[in-house]
Design a protein around this ligand. Structure first.
Ligand code: GAL
Length: 442
């Protein structure tokens, strides 16, 4: 079997990603906390509760873990609902707390990337109509101004909004996230307001911190037609246009083109310094006349793909390469801001990590300007409407005791971060089944 190493570029960022509501715990004025109290919203009636208890200080031990395992970057988010719990109140102690966390990262030689909106808002914002109300553009900008004023000495990499595509779909089409709507018109408005809010936030951040690097984290899905029927191909193209292209294309040419409706948002042109890409899996698309509520579509995974524990993710590393190739069209540096798999037993994760990183390496070797990779996630955390049934952490979490469980992937990822690459020897030890594919015999 050939031996070798796929090295990544010098100075590559290797980290993990988390989000405030998923790890902090006890977040009283937040839309998700309220949502969790409603019957039937979260699987098995689970709640985020203490989560990973970062608000109780356990971020320190988790950052220690990241440092001890050679991670040099971490993507986290801050909660708007903690910083502005009511319209007329700025909570300085919350900003102090986040400041301490960012200093905590620096002191461990970990570069922070901060997300300003990751799926949740203060309750008062939701009461005003949330992202359906155009007022949110100014409200979000005011929050961003306050947060960036306070935290810019400790952070240069900002993600304004996490996955606007998933947010609009889950909260306004599928009804799985608050406010639980199934209303395409509302989804259109929400996306449109998110583009405008992002553009304004971009300007606000650069005004405060000219050297800031500002982007979004897009969830990229590689959609392929399930069969040979032209309608399957057409549908796959439509999903790509709306889910993947709508937002970033508007930032390129100012045309918000939602196929059935168009708008011009010229102020959005040129408002991203990097492209954040969250890649997990790819879908086969089949046109289905009977599936009216699912936009006449049936989605599936290829029959031979390796499936995650709950069938939520099919391992399709080729999609990682496609994702980066797609991201290149915007002419900006790229960060993989999320990638990972739900797997409580760690049976699949080592192989998933190695195969996806090799696919990423292929794209980089083809000159894609990728600057870093953030694995989702550092430690198991609250997975939205799926509660605690999905475990994405390198470290597991025992919810009862708050104990962290060291999965083999911790050591694999530590070796990758330390070597700045993946070696045949690593593959042999952690995922031998992937060896022929990753290091094929000559
Ligand atoms: C992403 C999301 C993360 C995390 C991950 C795994 O869509 O940004 O917050 O939940 O999926 O499910």
């Amino acid at each position: 079997m050939p031996e070798g190493t796929y090295y990544f570029p010098e100075g590559f960022l290797w980290g993990t990603a988390t989000a405030a509501h998923q790890v902090e715990g006890r977040n009283p004025n937040n839309t998700w906390t309220a949502w969790e109290q409603e019957e039937g919203r979260i699987i098995n009636g689970q709640t985020s509760g203490l989560a990973c208890d970062w608000w109780g200080g356990r971020w320190r031990e988790d950052f220690d873990r990241a440092q001890a395992t050679f991670q040099n970057a971490h993507r986290l988010s801050i909660a708007w609902s903690r910083i502005q719990p009511t319209p007329d109140r700025w909570e300085e102690t919350a900003l102090d707390y986040y400041r301490e966390m960012l200093i905590g990262l620096h002191s461990r030689n970990i570069v922070p990337m901060v997300t300003l909106h990751h799926f949740s808002e203060p309750l008062w914002v939701a009461e005003l109509g949330g992202w359906e109300n155009p007022d949110i553009i100014d409200l979000f900008a005011a929050f961003v101004e306050k947060a960036v004023e306070a935290l810019s000495p400790y952070c240069k990499l900002w993600v304004t909004i996490n996955e606007p595509d998933v947010f609009a779909l889950s909260a306004y089409v599928e009804g799985l996230f608050p406010p639980g709507k199934k209303d395409l018109k509302a989804a259109y408005q929400v996306m449109n307001h998110m583009v405008r809010a992002h553009a304004k936030a971009y300007a606000v951040i650069h005004e405060i911190q000219p050297e800031a690097q500002v982007g979004l984290a897009y969830h990229y899905r590689h959609f392929r037609p399930a069969g040979w029927l032209p309608m399957d191909r057409w549908m796959a193209g439509l999903f790509h246009t709306i889910f993947n292209n709508l937002f970033p294309r508007t930032l390129k040419d100012g045309v918000f083109n939602a196929v059935v409706k168009k708008d011009r948002i010229p102020e959005a042109i040129g408002t991203q310094d990097f492209i954040g890409l969250n890649y997990y899996s790819s879908d086969l698309i089949r046109f289905n006349l009977l599936a009216k509520s699912r936009m006449f579509t049936t989605m599936s995974f290829p029959k031979d793909a390796l499936l995650s524990e709950n069938g939520f993710i099919a391992s399709q590393p080729a999609g990682m390469e496609a994702c980066v190739r797609w991201g290149r069209q915007f002419g900006k540096p790229i960060y993989i801001t999320e990638n990972g798999v739900e797997d409580s037993t760690d049976e699949m994760r080592p192989r998933y990590i190695l195969e996806h990183l090799q696919a990423l390496w292929r794209a980089i070797n083809d000159n894609a300007p990728v600057l870093g990779y953030f694995h989702w996630s550092l430690v198991d955390n609250f997975e939205w409407e799926r509660g605690w049934t999905q475990r994405f952490g390198l470290w597991g979490l025992d919810l009862e005791t708050q104990k962290r469980i060291r999965r083999p992937s911790v050591d694999l990822y530590a070796e990758i971060c330390r070597l700045n690459g993946i070696s045949s020897e690593m593959v042999e030890r952690y995922a031998p089944a992937a060896l022929p594919e990753l290091f094929p015999p000559a």
